[in-house]
Design a protein. Structure first.
Length: 487
């Protein structure tokens, strides 16, 4: 039996679909990872023919692939592209979707249908409901939803419940593209495939952990969304907490979706609440003012397009999290993320405790640095003697450049991997309902504490390292944020 694959991309003319999803599917097709019996259908309200949609997506794929773009492969791929003009907010419009689907694959047993919602989050529940109402949320149909999933625990619960009325939990794929990054997955390989680290991956040997996702860019065209979300909802609630889970989770019994996600949920449930009593000490909010980033003068956040001039939305957040379990009790996890900062980097720093007795004049510094971007590398800093007289030491890096180590192997884009996982019904790298809700429950407590304390964002100049309060938060404990030396 030939199984027909149908991928409907709602928001098919939007930035996500054109810059990420269609190019990723094209690359997968070029690498022969997709079935021949396949059709990808872009959906939006715009009036457009199949030919016009193919021209639009070709431009995006050429830009994405650069010199690697292959015209012959594209000619084969674009025969699998189609377009459907449909207003996703109107129930009556879904008759078009049903007619198209039945025309392409009338037998439900012979088709796999994927609905990818690359739309505004407020449309997720209604689209899922309309699909279900018209009878297209069949047993072999999957729905993919992007973050943010709600703006609070209550809204996330409502969305999950509404989508769950149409789709079974195993057919709901909540995507966080960070989990598709090669180095993020290497966190599990690093932890669970190397005997070197397991004995020391615990409170007895680790002083603290830092997780940083820093950006030099501002908010671009996302002002209307970002001014309602802020750095906490936009980045920390999902990306940074996912990284924390992978660093702190116990080894799963098996490497499969349920076992991995069970362990991640346990980490989120073990996070000690940050309350009104501790929020001043444990968190920092910031908002960028005018400054210079990479030699370019930039305006303050409140002058960005579609941002309120008196906005108190945070563009930077730093906090100290504690995991209340046997492995991590007493180990602070410092998380920070922000816009318009001095450097663009995503990295995790595992700072080990000092040796119990110093033999030499230098303080021993042992740390593991896992960099996700801009380059993908893992560095273990050990102490070594400087050549010459005396026992003078300095940190020396044992460095693994992942891009260079696998230079003959093509690096997959995160969306390529995640889309293929959806097609193959592998949900390991996707968030389960209870995982999303546990993350929101913890974050909601911080948001309530901010509101109760009227905690206003601290100003920081664009192009700096963030608010001074973020530095002080660690300095009060005799620690400092890691900053890689300039190259």
């Amino acid at each position: 039996m030939n199984q027909q694959l149908l991928i409907y991309v709602f928001g098919g003319t939007g930035d996500l679909a054109l810059s990420k999803l269609i190019p990723a599917l094209y690359v997968l097709f070029k690498d022969r990872c997709l079935p021949e019996q396949m059709q990808i259908i872009g959906i939006s309200r715009k009036k457009m023919s199949d030919a016009e949609y193919r021209q639009l997506t070709e431009k995006s794929c050429r830009s994405f692939e650069g010199q690697a773009f292959d015209a012959a492969s594209w000619q084969q791929f674009n025969r699998h592209l189609a377009y459907l003009s449909l207003d996703a907010s109107h129930a009556a419009e879904y008759a078009k979707l049903k007619a198209h689907l039945l025309q392409q694959a009338p037998n439900a047993a012979e088709r796999t249908v994927i609905y990818y919602l690359a739309t505004a989050p407020q449309l997720f529940a209604s689209i899922a409901n309309h699909i279900g109402t018209i009878g297209l949320a069949e047993a072999n149909a999957r729905i993919v939803i992007e973050k943010p999933l709600g703006h609070s625990l209550a809204s996330a619960l409502a969305i999950n419940q509404q989508i769950g009325q149409s789709f079974a939990e195993e057919n709901i794929y909540r995507i966080d593209h960070y989990l598709g990054k090669e180095t993020v997955q290497n966190l599990m390989a690093l932890r669970f495939a190397n005997a070197l680290f397991e004995p020391v991956w615990r409170a007895a040997h680790i002083d603290h952990v830092q997780i940083s996702v820093l950006e030099t860019v501002g908010i671009g065209s996302r002002g209307e969304y970002y001014d309602q979300a802020g750095a906490m909802r936009d980045m920390l609630q999902n990306h940074l907490l996912q990284l924390l889970c992978l660093i702190a989770m116990e080894a799963p019994m098996r490497f499969d979706a349920e076992a991995v996600r069970n362990e991640k949920v346990k980490v989120l449930q073990a996070l000690k609440p940050i309350t009104s009593a501790s929020v001043q000490e444990k968190t920092v909010r910031g908002q960028y003012t005018a400054g210079t980033v990479n030699g370019e003068s930039v305006a303050a956040y409140y002058f960005e397009k579609n941002v309120n001039n008196d906005s108190d939305t945070e563009t930077f957040v730093a906090l100290e999290a504690e995991i209340d379990n046997w492995r991590w009790a007493g180990v602070p996890f410092y998380l920070r993320t922000g816009k318009r900062l001095a450097q663009k980097t995503s990295e995790i720093v595992i700072q080990f405790k000092p040796v119990p007795h110093y033999l030499f004049n230098n303080n021993a510094v042992n740390r593991l640095i896992i960099r996700l971007q801009p380059e993908e590398r893992i560095t273990l800093e050990l102490m070594a003697k400087i050549p010459g007289k005396g026992m003078n030491l300095q940190p020396v890096a044992l460095d693994i450049d992942l891009a260079n180590a696998f230079k003959t192997t093509r690096r997959w884009d995160a969306y390529e991997r995640l889309l293929l996982d959806v097609i193959e019904a592998d949900s390991t790298l996707f968030m389960r309902r209870d995982e999303v809700e546990a993350a929101w429950q913890w974050v909601d407590g911080i948001l309530r504490a901010w509101k109760a304390n009227a905690k206003q964002p601290k100003a920081y100049a664009a192009g700096s390292d963030g608010p001074e309060d973020a530095r002080q938060m660690l300095a009060h404990q005799g620690r400092q944020w890691f900053k890689a030396p300039a190259k």
